[in-house]
Design a protein around this ligand. Structure first.
Ligand code: ARG
Length: 463
């Protein structure tokens, strides 16, 4: 007999039971479902809606049920559709008919919304902690590479030299925005929908604020129809996760490129790479590739959820059961990637000499020659043209700027003097970008100090 079987004369079709049941995936919510029920039953007791003695029996029974679910002893069945009804069924088995009082003043509609919010609150906290670990690994590499000059790119063409530490710090601030977005979303996640009932509220004299306080919510959802039909907070998480995946994927792409023979800028540790079954020489950056690849499923879950919600009338609709698998998979995908990223970054070997050699053998100091001429009074547009001529001449003669003699330089502009050779070395060129946020060594040190101050602030570690 189903918990709601009273008005039915026939059992449901068995294939239909299998198709509509969510227990196979929403069992992940068991802990949160029971946490919510414990708060609800205590409120029922405090408000005198059910006798204290019954409430205490139910609370004890819920603890036993949780233990049995966690140990695998409890049998969860598709017949009872979802985690909410399975728990109630198990509770009644445990404490008898009195267990049937738990659902007083509550519906599965506000219950499931509550479970989702409790799950996501934890998931967001974990994601932020893992982001912080990745940021710390990036900062460590930045500190170790404050003298490592590498080519900076635009259009994947060598543009101007930068410090490798500067490049690492770019990702630190990128992930910082991700953390801030997640923190901001908590304002909307952390509201209690319980008390909305099926859609309209409840006739029992419940205390919504009591339940909210008990569960550590910042407040309650203000409108019962909105409370049970809102899944914006799931969409927001999927959107934030998508952007995190974008950022991870961009970093992955750099790791893949840098560890190719063509770049040869880094070597990823053996523990984060794999070999080929056929080619004995291969060392593949599999982890970076797979994290890049999994971006697809995270984006997929976002568009899937948006599409599910589009066009749904108020309030609850069964369609909304589709909110779960994408959210679980997104969190687990992200958690796996972030947890592996910190050690992969920590253990990678940075090939400083190769980066430096790449800078030496290119024209990434050409802007500095133009800026040098500007310093001697030439308008920038004119100096740009002169240096264009110099570069063309070098290319035709198989040289770089620092291979030229002073006489050769002066044949393009008499403003050039012997200090030009010092002005064009990679170190000078990097340290000349001495502007807030620039790549000069002490500017990168400033960024590191700023980032460390943000990470140490109570707001992040106090979660
Ligand atoms: N398993 C359902 C879900 O995840 C729980 C809510 C069901 N409510 C209902 N009235 N059928 O959405």
């Amino acid at each position: 007999m189903k918990l709601w079987g009273g008005r039915f004369t026939k059992p449901t079709n068995q294939l239909m039971d299998e198709y509509t049941a969510s227990i196979n995936f929403d069992k992940k919510l068991a802990k949160y479902d029971i946490q919510g029920s414990l708060a609800h039953v205590e409120m029922l007791k405090v408000c005198g809606i059910i006798p204290a003695e019954d409430a205490d029996k139910i609370a004890d029974g819920l603890q036993v049920v949780l233990g049995k679910i966690e140990s695998g002893e409890a049998e969860l069945s598709e017949e009872h559709e979802d985690i909410h009804m399975n728990v109630e069924k198990l509770l009644i088995e445990e404490v008898g008919a009195v267990g049937g009082k738990l659902h007083t003043g509550r519906s599965r509609n506000d219950q499931v919304a509550l479970d989702m919010r409790l799950y996501l609150r934890d998931a967001i906290g974990t994601t932020i902690q893992l982001l912080v670990d990745v940021q710390k690994a990036l900062i460590n590499q930045a500190k170790l590479n404050l003298d490592t000059v590498m080519p900076g790119y635009t259009h994947l063409q060598r543009a101007q030299p930068v410090l490798f530490g500067h490049h690492m710090m770019a990702y630190v601030f990128m992930f910082q925005r991700d953390t801030e977005r997640l923190m901001d979303s908590l304002k909307r996640v952390n509201k209690s929908p319980l008390g909305a009932g099926a859609l309209a509220g409840t006739t029992f004299p419940i205390d919504r604020q009591f339940v909210a306080d008990k569960l550590g919510f910042d407040g309650i959802c203000e409108n019962s129809l909105d409370a049970v039909s809102d899944r914006d907070f799931v969409v927001e998480f999927l959107a934030n996760a998508s952007l995190i995946s974008t950022h991870l994927s961009r970093l992955c792409e750099e790791f893949v490129q840098w560890s190719s023979a063509e770049f040869n800028f880094i070597e990823l540790d053996d523990s984060f790479t794999t070999g080929s079954s056929m080619m004995p020489q291969k060392k593949n950056p599999d982890l970076a590739e797979l994290v890049r690849g999994k971006t697809g499923r995270v984006y997929g879950h976002l568009i899937g959820m948006l599409t599910t919600l589009k066009g749904l009338p108020l309030a609850y609709n069964k369609d909304m059961q589709e909110d779960k698998e994408g959210m679980f998979d997104t969190f687990e995908t992200l958690k796996g990637a972030l947890a592996l990223f910190a050690p992969m970054i920590d253990t990678m070997q940075v090939k400083k000499e190769n980066m430096y050699a790449a800078v030496k053998n290119d024209f990434s100091n050409a802007t500095d020659l133009a800026d040098y001429l500007v310093g001697k009074g030439m308008p920038f547009r004119e100096s740009h043209a002169v240096v264009g001529q110099v570069v063309l001449n070098c290319i035709n003669n198989g040289k770089y700027l620092l291979d030229m003699t002073l006489e050769e330089f002066q044949s393009f502009s008499e403003l050039i003097e012997s200090d030009i050779f010092e002005a064009l070395t990679p170190e000078t060129v990097v340290n000349a970008r001495d502007v807030a946020g620039g790549t000069a060594k002490h500017r990168v040190e400033e960024q590191i100090a700023k980032a460390e101050q943000i990470l140490d602030s109570a707001g992040l570690t106090g979660l």
